[in-house]
Design a protein around this ligand. Sequence first.
Ligand code: SAM
Length: 285
Amino acid sequence: MGRDSAVLDPSREFAYTLADFERVRSMIHRHAGIALADSKRDLVYSRLARRLRALDIETFRRYLDQLEQAPESDEWEHFTNALTTNLTSFFREAHHFDILRDQLRSLPPGKRILIWCCAASTGEEPYSIAMTACEAFGRLDPPVSILATDIATDVLDTAQRGVYAMERVESLSKERLKKFFLRGGGSNEGQVKVVDALKRLVTFRQLNLLEPHWGLKGPFSALFCRNIMIYFDKPTQAEILQRFVPLIADGGHLYMGHSETLSNPPGNIQSIGRTTYRKRSVVRS
Ligand SMILES: C[S@@+](CC[C@H](N)C(=O)[O-])C[C@H]1O[C@@H](n2cnc3c(N)ncnc32)[C@H](O)[C@@H]1O
């Protein structure tokens, strides 16, 4: 028996080999662009073991065979949901929201401002954008529409509900809590709910950044693409970045995650510091 086909830990509930891990790695890379490190071997087991249990399948090999043989199956959604990392928080990397507030205030009045948050996870990021927009315009109905997308459908369901455990909002100011959240009572004790006015500013939609067509027109005055590029390999990052450029409005901003500094930004994208980039306005003669 080859090393790759040896069962890694016979005490486990489901047979799982190194070859299975390599297969998962290549499947999620092809499907979602996610490059899983060697260190994720055990994590992959625990995340997918739940699916094998739910489907009553005894080995990873059989589970992966079934998945590969059914490219249209709903199981791909569960597979993807299980393997994505959805860590996020309200006003994460807070400096971006200060920059956004100033940016929104400086835009000429008139047109509705479009913002795309392309890895929205459980919603904390798009709702932080929405709160910033309300604060920038001093009203609960600012002229802003936020498109919040993610590949994972389970996190989008949470985002759409807008219900969070109290601990998730503990770091927010009293003023924000009061203005933007409703406190749950009775069986909802310990939870808060985003107010409807904030929800109205955000549209949630499933979107895989690897899809060849996103079906988006833009142009977006701000594009939040934070803490997702790190999961992609360099060619995938470069390709997605190139596809962002025409969707960003002239003078619009691209917000990246703290460890996602662009070493080689496309020609008309320039750094304005703190992992924030600006698309140069085209001077028309
Ligand atoms: C670590 S979270 C970042 C959340 C948020 N942007 C933040 O910075 O707090 C990364 C998100 O990217 C999503 N994701 C992973 N691969 C994706 C893809 N190919 N297309 C769209 N979203 C993807 C995951 O589902 C996850 O919710």
